[in-house]
Structures are given as C-alpha cells and as structure tokens.
Design a protein around this ligand. Sequence first.
Ligand code: NDP
Length: 612
Amino acid sequence: MPSRKYADGEVVMGRWPGSVLYYEVQVTSYDDVAHLYTVKYKDGTELALKESDIRSQSSFKQRKSQSSSSSPSRRSTSRSRSRSPGRPGRGRRRSSSQSREHKDDKKKTIQETSLALPAVLVLFKPSENNTKRYNGEPENTEKNDTSCTILEQKLKPDLEVKHFEQYSLRSRKDEKKKEEIYSEKKIFTTVKTVEKAPSKTKELEFGGRIGTFMMIFLLPATVFYLLLMCKQDDPSLLNFPALPALESLWETRVFGIFLLWFFLQALFYLLPIGKVVEGLPLSSGKKLQYRINGFYAFIFTAAAIGILLYLQFELHYLYDHFMQFAVSAAAFSLALSIYLYVRSLKAPEEELAPGGNSGYFIYDFFTGHELNPRIGSFDLKYFCELRPGLIGWVVINLAMLLAEMKIHNLSMPSLSMILVNSFQLLYVVDALWNEEAVLTTMDITHDGFGFMLAFGDLVWVPFVYSLQAFYLVGHPTVISWPVAAAITIVNCIGYYIFRSANSQKNAFRRNPADPKLANLKFIPTATGKGLLVTGWWGFVRHPNYLGDIIMALAWSLPCGFNHILPYFYVIYFICLLVHREARDEHHCKQKYGLAWERYCQRVPYRIFPYIY
Ligand code: NDP
C-alpha cells in the first residue's frame, strides 16, 4: 500500500482547517513521520494537512457537473426528513421568492466568508445539516445537495478590521454575535494547532554550509580581535593588535569561576519561585512549560555581588582577566554545542528545529538541530537566552566601572561610565522583567539550540555588548552634563519605541480582544492571526528594531568620537537586525501570503521610516 496518496507538485483541493471550505492547493512536501502534507495555497500560505483533508480536483469537477444535471425532483425524493432533521417541514417551506432571497443570503455569506482568504475556488455547501456530513463524506452529501455553489472569489483589497470583536467575515444579526465570535475564536484555536510539521530545512540561511562553517571561526575571532583592540592605547582600525601568547589565554581558576557562575544561575533558574507559563504550540500541538523567574535570578545575583563587595572581593579581577574569561566562556559554549548536537541525533523528528534540520552536519551544528533541548524540565536554550550571559553582561559592566575608579583613582565613576552602565542595566532589567515575551521570539520558536545561540548567549552578549564600558576603562572620555542629558533623551526615545512596540504586539498576540487594543486596526490573515496596521506596527514593519537601534546609538555616544571601536555595537546591531528582519519577512511571507503583501503595501518601510 502506498504510504502517500498525493505527489509533490500535485494540485489538489485542501480543506481549510476548522471549516468545510476546500481551496486549490499545491502539495509541496510530505512528512512520513507525522503523515502530514505541506500544501501551499494560492496566496502563498503554507499549512500542514492530513490526507483526509485533501481531495483530488477531479472529484470536485465531477460532483459539480452531476449536481447541476440532477433534476430537482430526484433531489427532493432523496432528501428525507429523517436524514435532515433541521430542515423546515412542508408547511413551513418558503415561497420561491423567499427561497431565492435565502439563496442570495447564503451566497452573500459564502462570499463574505471568503474575504479573508486568497483568490480561491470554493466548493461550499451552506446547509448547516449537511455541513457535518460534508466533512469528509463528499459522496453522501452529494446526493442531498441542492445548493452546491462554485465561487471564484478575489480577496477584497481594503478589508481591515478595527477590533477583535468586529472581526467580522460575514454580516450577522446582533443576537448571533456572541455565538459567532466564539466560533471565530475556535477557528483561531484550530488553526494554531495545525502548525506546520517540522520537515527538512530546504532554504539554508547564513550563507549555507560554507557561510556557517566560516562563522564558527569568524565569530570567536571577532570577539578576540575586539577585546585585544580595546586593550590598546590607540585602538584605531589600522592599528592591528599584537597576538598574545597562547598560554596567557587560559587559566583554570578563571574557568572554575565561569563554571561556578553558570551553575549558580542554573540553581536560581531551578528555584520553585515565579509563575509557570506555557509557550506557543509546537508542531506536535504540544505546549512546553516555562518558569518565569529571571527577574528573581537578577535580584539574587545582585544580592550575591553585594555580599562579595562587602567582603572586599575585588570585582575588577574580571577586568584583569577579561580575555581569559572570554576564552573560558568560548570553550564552554563550544563544548555545550557539541553536546547539543550529539544529543539532537537521538531526538525525535518532531522535536527538531524548523530552521536547523538540513541534514548537513555543519549547518545543523551551527544553527541548532534540536528546537527545545531539555534535561528533565530544565530548558537549556531558554535558560541560556536571558540568564548567564545577560546578567553576566551587567556584572561585567559593574566590574568595568569599579576598574575605572581603581585605575584612574576616582572617587566616583565618570559620567560616561555611569550612562553606559545605567542604559544597559535598564535594557537587561527590562528583558528580565518581560521574560515571558522571549517565548514568542524567533530564537525560541524557530531557531534550534546550537553553536549560534550558545556562543551568542554566553560569549557574544556578555563580552561584546560590554565593549563600551571596557573601552571607557582604558580610554577615559569626558562629557558635559548637557551632552549627557541629550544622550539620555536619545536613549529614552529608543527605549519608549522599543518597549511600547514590543508590548503592543505581545498584548495583541496573547489576546486580540484585549480592550486596551480597541483603537488598533489589523488585517485578518488566513491563519487566523491578525497583523496590526495601526499603532507602532503601522509606523514601520519592525518598530521594536528601530527603538533597539536608537538605544544602541545612545550606548556608544558616551564614548565620544575618538575611535570607531565603541561604535562597533551599533554598526553590528544594524547589520544583525537588517538581516534578522529579512529572515522574519521571509517567514511571515510564507505564513501569511497575500495578507503579508497587503501589510507591506500598507506599511512600506521595514525599520527606518522613509529610508528603509
Ligand atoms: P519580533 O518581536 O520583531 O517579532 C517578529 C514577529 O512578530 C513576526 O514573525 C510575526 O510573528 C509578528 N509580527 C510581525 N508583524 C506583525 C504585525 N504587524 N502585527 C502583529 N504581529 C506581527 O522578533 P524578534 O524575536 O526578532 O525580536 C524581539 C525583540 O528582541 C526585538 O525588540 C528586538 O529588537 C530584540 N532583539 C535584540 C537582540 C539583541 O541582541 N539585543 C537580538 C535580536 C532581537 P507572528 O505573526 O507569528 O506572531
């Protein structure tokens, strides 16, 4: 018996999840494990469907001709009351004009129902009684079919919805409102659970195998280059630093302190405090649970550091051995990546990352093969995302501040150092306070846990993001109060955009019916999720990136304009977010098809208004 009925590339009719509507789709792949077909709708939307939700085109054509040729008398005899209990009795039958009106009503309903969907060929049987039988039983329903309608429906170009409760795909009477909102919500749920099943990653990102291979060397090299540059008196671009002796890069004690730090954070993560929330549904429909206690971990760390300082522990030890700490963190992240890859080889297919399942060792090792590697309930990726690296970044900044005071014999840190420390502290505290929001980011939902994230979280974030503070220790920069005030305003503007944009989208994704969002408009999409077109998400397509970049600039400005080195962060960050935005666009285009195109027409700029 063949394991699959439909071949790749075949054009068939696919049932829209949660409805009785069939649309013309093309089969793009088949998952042997989950027994799901990935099909592409005409607007580009891709969904995974069961075989029972797919029909051949010929069965539709055949039925269309049969139903039009079958005589009304034949149809009336075959439709018995017992088979159709809800159908009005003879005495209650409508007049022919009423019946025409009724048919028109139904036709209108069908057309309106189709508005949120692409240009489609719809075979629809609007009788409520038949709806049930039609679902998977086309042959039966055909016999009783009095009103098969074939519609060619173009998506209405200006369909836009103001509030979730007005998310109306059909005209309806007031008394039916609640019921229909409920059924729409049900569609939201149904579609969510029919997320695309993980299949082989076909489109390789980051330059494919060669690109990822090079990045494995390039990323650590960049970190060490930046740190060596920062140590120089004149860190000009052309002043290439001398390479240190290899043995000077490693100290076991430093590695021990790094391990202690990592496991201390792991201990804080395991503490049974803070709420437990569910992540977004996985391709299997399962939802993982996550403990939200990052902010507590930060408080405990602050208390631990306070105790160390009280006990006269010299935190600038971190500054003195900065390069060795970076080497220790890099060695650890490499070991962790190897462990992650090895264990991913045994992971079930449905637990692999949609973006890191190419079958190429280097590519999967770099991008991460397994989506949510866990040891028991300990989620390795989620833990590394916000704790050891992010909290470590703040501790490093504090160490730099103390080192500055000690080296330059200051009773107070410089204004520049205070600004850099405060701005970045605000950023980290914000991320930990809003820890739950990380669950909807690409890192958690799409990218696997491999070298890219392990190195990024444990080395790149703490050692590169603290570059400005590190720079200021060796290159004191004096700024006036008015300049400091101007830079603070820039940071506040960036933060305001970043926070309100992220909050707006998170609130909308969590509950589109939230009354706080009542003034926002959105475009409904074929997947059931909406795309905001007013508020921050109507300003540019990634307002949160814009805010983040403005903040990045504010973090570099206190370092003055003598060298480009402290601006590395903002330059790199623009490149990172432009690339990330392109990746996200690509995913959204696949997810939302025509609706995404309409969103792009409505909001033409990606990150920078009137520029890009
Ligand atoms: P975003 O938070 O920008 O989320 C993108 C997703 O939002 C899309 O995939 C889509 O997902 C949804 N979306 C897009 N447009 C709309 C719309 N109009 N209405 C509603 N939903 C929409 O993704 P990131 O994970 O990249 O970023 C999260 C935050 O992290 C950002 O603030 C970013 O600046 C920051 N960041 C910081 C980094 C750092 O190193 N400091 C690195 C990377 C990111 P769906 O429809 O499926 O919900």
